[in-house]
Design a binder for this molecule. Structure first.
Ligand code: UT7
Length: 329
C-alpha cells in the first residue's frame, strides 16, 4: 500500500510578461536573461490575488481529474514561500475557498523543495491511514514581492506566479510514490532569503529597512547555482541506488525549474539525454513550490509520461532544502 497521485492540475495567471517588458523597470535585456537562465517570459497576477487563489484553480482541476469532490479531501497541504498572509497559512484559506470547513490543513515553508516535502508528507499520512485523500498544492505569487528596480534585477527577472496541485490517495497498485529523500541545511539560509519583517528583528520592520529593500528576496546566485549542480545529481543517484535502479530505468526527470543552465548541467552530469528531462522555465520562470507540479502535469498532458513509467522529481532551493521523489506513474 502506498500513496499515489490520482489527479493533477495547474494554473498560470493569464498575464504574460516578456523579458523586454522588464526593461521598463530595470536595466536588463532579453539577451542577458535568455543566455543566463533560459527564461523568455513569465506570468504575473493582476490585482489582489494571493497564492491560495491560484492554488484553488489548480486544486479544482486536480480534483476533477481524480473524479473526487472537495468533500472527499481529508487533509490540505499547501507549499508556498509567498503565503496570502504571514499567518494563518494558505492551506487554511484554501480549505475555506474549497468549502471544506473543519478539514485539516497545513502549510509547508520549504521553497523550491516545498512540493516534494508535501508529497512525502501526504504519502506518510495515507500510508499510516491518518488520511485517505490528501490535496497537495504548490503555489506562489512572486510578482508583488520583488524589487523591480535595477538593484533587484538578479532575482526579479527569475520568478513568476503559478500553482500546481496533486491529489494523493492510498493505492494497492504497483504505481504510486515509491520513495522520497529530503534534505535541509540551514547553514546556508542566508544565501537566499527574505530578511524582513522577521521575529528575530526588533522592530521587525522599519522605514530604513524598507528603503534598503530588506523586505525583498536577496540571493547569492553563484552560491545557489553551485549547490544545485552538486546536490541534485547526488540526491538523484542516492534515490536510484537505494531502490536498486539505474538511470536508464527512469523515463523522465522533472527537475525544479530555477535555471535552464542548471538543469542542462545536471542532465549532462547524470548522462541523461535531453528528451528525458522536462524544461518549461522558458514560459513561466521560476514558480518555486509551483514549478514541479506544473512541469509534471504538463508532461503528463503532453503524453511524455505513460502508465508504468518511472519518474523522478528533484529540487533544490532556499533553506537550503533539496530532495528527490521516485514514483511509478
Ligand atoms: O529556485 C531558487 C534557486 N535559485 C537559483 O537556482 C538561482 C541560481 N543562480 C543563477 O541562476 C544565476 O546565478 C543567476 C542567473 C541568478 C545569475 O547568473 P550569473 O551568471 O551568476 O551572473 P552574476 O550574478 O555573476 O552577474 C553577472 C553580471 C553582473 O554584472 P557585473 O558585476 O559583471 O558588471 C550583474 O550585475 O550580470 C549583472 N546582472 C544583470 N544584468 C542584466 C545581474 N542580473 C542582471 C540582469 N540583467 N537581470
Amino acid at each position: 500500500m502506498r500513496g499515489r497521485i490520482v489527479g493533477m492540475g495547474h494554473f498560470l495567471p493569464s498575464r504574460v510578461v516578456k523579458n523586454d517588458e522588464l526593461t521598463a523597470f530595470m536595466e536588463t535585456s532579453d539577451e542577458w536573461i535568455v543566455q543566463r537562465t533560459g527564461i523568455r517570459e513569465r506570468r504575473w497576477v493582476e490585482g489582489d490575488v494571493g497564492a491560495s487563489e491560484l492554488g484553488e484553480h489548480a486544486a479544482r482541476q486536480a480534483l476533477a481529474e481524480a473524479g473526487l469532490e472537495p468533500a472527499d479531501i481529508d487533509l490540505v497541504i499547501f507549499a508556498t514561500l509567498s503565503p496570502d498572509l504571514n499567518f494563518p497559512g494558505s492551506g487554511c484559506l484554501l480549505g475555506a475557498r474549497l468549502g471544506i470547513p473543519g478539514v485539516a490543513a497545513l502549510d509547508i515553508r520549504n521553497q523550491c523543495t516545498g512540493f516534494l516535502y508535501g508529497l512525502a508528507t501526504a504519502d506518510a499520512y495515507v500510508r499510516s491511514r491518518l488520511a485517505k485523500n490528501v490535496l497537495v498544492v504548490g503555489g506562489e505569487v512572486h510578482s508583488t514581492g520583488l524589487d523591480m528596480s535595477t538593484r533587484g534585477r538578479d532575482v526579479s527577472v527569475l520568478f513568476g506566479d503559478g500553482a500546481g496541485a496533486a491529489v494523493v490517495s492510498l493505492s494497492q497498485s504497483e504505481s504510486g510514490l515509491l520513495d522520497h529523500e529530503l534534505h535541509a541545511d540551514g547553514r546556508y539560509a542566508e544565501i537566499l532569503m527574505v530578511e524582513a519583517p522577521a521575529s528575530r528583528l526588533n522592530p521587525r520592520l522599519t522605514p530604513q529597512m524598507l528603503e534598503e529593500g530588506r523586505h525583498y528576496p536577496r540571493m547569492d546566485g553563484k552560491a545557489v547555482f553551485k549547490h544545485a549542480v552538486e546536490k541534485l545529481p547526488e540526491v538523484v543517484h542516492s534515490v536510484l541506488r537505494r531502490n536498486g535502479l539505474q538511470l536508464d530505468d527512469i523515463a523522465l526527470l522533472v527537475p525544479h525549474q530555477a535555471n535552464m543552465r542548471i538543469n542542462e548541467l545536471v542532465a549532462r552530469h547524470l548522462g541523461l539525454p535531453p528528451e528525458r528531462v522536462v524544461h518549461n522555465i522558458q514560459k513561466y520562470g521560476n514558480t518555486t513550490a509551483g514549478s514541479i507540479p506544473i512541469a509534471l502535469h504538463e508532461a503528463v498532458l503532453e503524453g511524455r509520461v505513460k502508465p508504468g513509467d518511472l519518474v523522478l522529481l528533484a529540487a533544490l532551493g532556499a533553506g537550503l532544502t533539496w530532495g528527490a521523489t521516485l514514483m511509478r506513474w
